[in-house]
Design a protein around this ligand. Structure first.
Ligand SMILES: [Zn+2]
Ligand SMILES: [Zn+2]
Length: 299
């Protein structure tokens, strides 16, 4: 029998798409208020991108699916960085309270503190009632050293992003010929400037090569150009710049991510209408959408 048509399909689920801080409430219920968490699944292997407050609902779904027997599940968490909005959901990830669960955590080797100490610190008594040592699951925390990480059937590559306070990492998740790029929390506006220095030019090239031809790019598009006047140096990219670069690099689908907390569903719908129309009629077209909490997309 030949390989199944679906062997190379990854299922991408958005559990949290909001940037900076969670924004519950009626005006954000469509695109969601939880902070970043995206899961990528092939059979029973999960690549989890960030552990913002969205990871809590993902944990509920995993517990429903596997009950108390996680033997078949491979859980691998990749952290772009350790700002609150990307780690705050971890202590509320239910599988961590189930004996026999193993969670591998991957993060940048370039932080000022050790990744394990930072994650442990978040569960210090001053901040949280349950200490990390009391978790039933086994956490295997690794600072990435190799350029390519193989978690069968996935291959994951990564790069430091530089233009974010404290740094952040982008990830490429490859399955068969498909490539998904997750590149949040980066201020591309500081690198894609008029008259770039040779260093900025190098970083431009590295970014463009990384996203070139991606089947999907999930990327920081927090601000409109008008907002950016006041939010320069906060570490996030403007939507028009992101869309331009993605289009130039022949990205097939662009998921705008890390939504600005003040953006309501109406604001985002308006942005979507404008950008979607513009890029769907381009030749070749690019599908631009704003990632929505609860959305699941096969790739
Ligand atoms: Zn963030
Ligand atoms: Zn950040």
């Amino acid at each position: 029998m030949g390989p199944s048509l679906f062997d190379d399909t990854m299922e991408i689920s958005f559990w949290g798409t909001r940037g900076s801080i969670s924004t519950p409430g009626r005006t954000t219920e469509k695109y969601g208020g939880n902070t970043p968490c995206v899961s990528v699944r092939s059979a029973n292997t999960f690549i989890i991108l960030d552990a913002g407050t969205g990871i809590r609902n993902f944990g509920h779904e995993l517990v429903q699916k596997y009950r108390n027997n996680f033997n078949e599940a491979s859980l691998n968490l990749f952290l772009s960085h350790t700002h609150w909005d990307h780690i705050q959901g971890l202590p509320f990830f239910d599988p961590l309270y189930i004996p026999g669960v193993h969670l591998s955590v991957y993060g940048s080797p370039g932080k000022r503190g050790l990744l394990e100490q930072i994650l442990r610190g978040q569960m210090d008594m001053d901040y949280f009632p349950v200490q990390m040592s009391a978790l039933s699951a086994e956490l295997i925390i690794r600072e990435m050293d190799k350029e390519l990480i193989e978690i069968i059937p996935f291959r994951i590559d990564w790069q430091e992003q530089i233009y974010h306070p404290g740094g952040s990492v982008r990830f490429g998740i490859n399955l068969g010929k498909k490539r998904l790029v997750y590149a949040t929390d980066v201020e591309l506006n500081k690198c894609f400037v008029e008259n770039p220095t040779p260093e900025q030019k190098g970083h431009q090239r590295a970014y463009m090569k990384f996203i070139e031809g991606a089947d999907m790019l999930i990327a920081d598009g927090q601000y409109t150009a008008e907002e950016y006047v006041k939010t320069k140096n906060y570490g996030h990219t403007t939507i028009p710049l992101l869309a331009d670069i993605a289009y130039r690099c022949r990205v097939k689908q662009l998921a705008v991510f890390h939504h600005n907390p003040p953006h309501t569903d109406n604001n985002i719908d308006e942005l979507w209408q404008d950008y979607h129309a513009r890029f769907m009629t381009a030749d070749p077209p690019m599908n631009v959408f704003w990632a929505r909490e609860g959305q699941a997309i096969p790739l």
